[in-house]
Design a protein around this ligand. Structure first.
Ligand code: SUD
Ligand code: ADP
Length: 300
């Protein structure tokens, strides 16, 4: 085999409950991930050496060297296999960069799947999951797809039952937000408020809404403990969220560490209308519609 192409989805966090800062610099989470139909495409071509090229409008915002998460994933996989394999990786980027939609994690997961196939390693998904967790907290979910709850740093996953399809609108912002900086701002705001921070908690009504495909109930249950921090660093996000609510979104939330905002719609038609209203309101750089859940990395 000379090349393998993998399509991999973005994620939105339906609930992101953040516990206190741990000694290792991470936070314990209850993180409900949901894969949505905005896709990067990652092509792995047999070659000596390791290189990466990124294509698409946002290519200039992504490292095209050993810092690229897809190359880091390929190196980690080769290390696990104990061989010095080579690969040329080409990423066609559609997931917003540093947007809170785990695009880098998605590319890393896609690279693991593509190189496992290209190099004929035949490693089981359990091995890929272990490598994924070392690459980043969100990478295991990027390998899994669908809808799942992550605990620990977000890397310990349990898949969730979902009935049907949910329809989403995403408002993309100009420029990204650093994940580490948003967690840091969350800690700072908590210290200022003086409120005690308990362990992160799951939400039974959210799980029921997913199980029964109840979009209205899901909209009411969306919650993100990083949202206040993202708004503190980027105050214009409050206006974007308010515009979505005013135009009838069932729920409006910052996606993960932001700055992308996610709006839940009643139907595909409602999502199209809501996206048009948000474009007219001029509260985003770009507005996309998508649906979820969708499967994880898929060889195409
Ligand atoms: C916030 C979330 C929500 O799913 O994703 P994004 O919205 O950024 O995509 C994740 O927790 C991001 O996961 P990921 O982007 O993989 O983060 P990592 O590379 O593991 O960690 C980057 C930094 O984020 C902070 N971090 C991350 C995960 C965690 N449970 N606690 C943390 O405090 C730490 O400061 C860490 O150094
Ligand atoms: N393949 C990649 N795609 C996107 N960003 C990458 C990639 N590899 C490394 N990065 C770096 O990771 C940072 C976070 O990117 P991303 O995963 O898109 O955002 P987020 O953590 O907000 O979901 C970017 O600013 C970029 O410097």
């Amino acid at each position: 085999m000379n090349s393998v192409t993998v399509r991999v989805p973005a994620k939105v966090n339906l609930r992101l409950a953040v516990g206190p800062l741990r000694d290792d610099g991470f936070h314990d989470l209850v993180n409900v991930f949901h894969a949505v139909s905005i896709f990067d495409e990652v092509r792995a071509v047999a070659e000596t050496g390791m290189r990466v090229r990124v294509e698409g409008e946002s290519a200039s915002e992504v490292p095209q060297d050993a810092d690229n998460l897809a190359i880091r994933a390929a190196l980690a996989l080769a290390g696990h296999a104990g061989r010095s394999y080579g690969v040329s990786i080409v990423i066609r980027k559609a997931i917003p960069v540093a947007g809170g939609m785990a695009g880098g994690s998605a590319d890393a997961a896609a690279a693991l799947v593509a190189c496992n196939e290209l190099w004929g390693l035949g490693l089981p998904v359990e091995d890929l999951m272990e490598i994924a967790a070392d690459l980043g907290s969100d990478v295991p979910f990027a390998l899994l797809g669908g809808t799942a709850v992550g605990t620990g740093r977000g890397e310990r996953l349990s898949p969730l039952d979902v009935d049907g399809t949910f329809h989403w609108v995403f408002a993309l912002a100009d420029g990204g937000l650093s994940t580490a900086r948003v967690y840091g701002e969350c800690d700072r705001l908590r210290a200022v408020s003086g409120e005690p921070v308990g362990p992160p908690r799951a939400s039974e009504p959210l799980l029921t809404a997913l199980r029964t495909g109840d979009a209205k109930a899901l909209g009411a249950e969306l919650a993100n403990d990083l949202q206040a921090a993202a708004i503190s660093l980027r105050p214009s996000l409050a206006t974007t969220l308010e515009a979505g609510r005013a135009h009838g979104a069932l729920g409006a939330i910052v996606s993960g560490s932001g700055p992308t905002c996610a709006f839940l719609a009643e139907s595909a038609e409602h999502a199209t209308a809501l996206a048009a209203s948000l474009k007219t309101a001029g509260v985003a750089r770009e507005v996309l519609t998508a649906h979820g859940p969708v499967p994880g990395p898929t060889v195409v």
